[in-house]
Design a protein around this ligand. Structure first.
Ligand code: DX5
Ligand code: ZN
Length: 251
């Protein structure tokens, strides 16, 4: 009988998605971003979180599509110098997943530019006033995965209507704009709410957290349903990058 009730049996929890660590390049060396990105790949991590700020939606500036394109070029050059000249397959296999977080008042104006520059996933905030559903659909039509982001003061309900059509939901665990802030434990309840909706509806999107994430915060977020962990300061300042990566990805 249980097989008729749900694929996971009566009341059984579906297995969580494997944990992914996405180091934020914002905490890397801005005079050598390609070298910082290479440090991430060197410890076996596949995701790289790219924070894009417009000085309007958030009170800070970071970098733009040209930086992503340059990082892609550097990555290819790096892969070529470590493989045989003919092994294009290996070059493509080593491609980092660019998890692109747009903190922009008008993200819809820049989607094409970021997709063309090499973004794999583009996340946009719910707070500014634009057509969120159309922007998410456009991201997919550009061949990227799409994500929706909530600031700490934005309730889960604000994105409820979009959750059937996203690949990732990003819960900000600090006010966006700057690295190095303290994690807000009150966000754990929001994670539980979103994870509950995901289970009830059989949705497959990733649930990501961003801001003030170290190993203990990632562990608390994992218990609340998160599976994807952005870490800027905690990753780049870790005494042993590989050990930090292994600890988070084994949560
Ligand atoms: C904040 C950014 C974060 C930031 C996280 O606006 O969205 O990705 O880089 O940095 P840490 O991990 O230092 O809080
Ligand atoms: Zn971010």
């Amino acid at each position: 009988m249980p097989a008729l009730l749900s694929p996971h049996g009566t009341g059984a929890k579906p297995p969580p998605l494997p944990s992914i660590l996405a180091p934020s390049l914002l905490a890397g060396d801005h005079a050598g971003l390609a070298a910082s990105a290479a440090q991430v790949a060197a410890v076996g991590l596949h995701w790289l979180h790219l924070d894009i700020m417009d000085g309007h939606f958030v009170p800070n500036l970071s970098f733009g599509p040209e930086t992503l394109a340059a990082l892609r070029r550097a990555e290819k050059e790096n892969a070529r110098s470590h493989t045989s000249p003919t092994s294009e397959l290996q070059v493509n296999e080593s491609k980092t997943f660019f998890d692109t977080h747009l903190m922009l008042s008008e993200p819809q104006r820049y989607l094409k530019a970021f997709a063309a520059a090499g973004a794999d996933l583009i996340s946009i905030h719910i707070e500014p006033d634009y057509d969120h559903a159309s922007a998410l659909a456009e991201i997919r039509s550009l061949g990227c995965q799409c994500g929706i982001v909530l600031n700490p003061d934005t309730p889960a309900e604000a994105v409820r209507h979009l959750l059937a059509d996203v690949d990732l939901v990003l819960v900000m665990t600090v006010q966006p704009g700057f690295g190095g802030q303290s994690f807000r434990p009150a966000m754990l309840e929001k994670l539980k709410t979103l994870d509950g909706w995901r289970r009830e509806n059989g949705w497959q999107w990733r649930l990501e957290v961003d801001g003030g994430i170290g190993l203990s915060e990632a562990s608390a977020c994992r218990a609340a349903g998160a599976d994807t962990f952005v870490a800027g300061t905690a990753f780049f300042k870790a005494p042993d990058l590989a050990a930090f990566a292994r600890s988070v990805e084994s949560l």
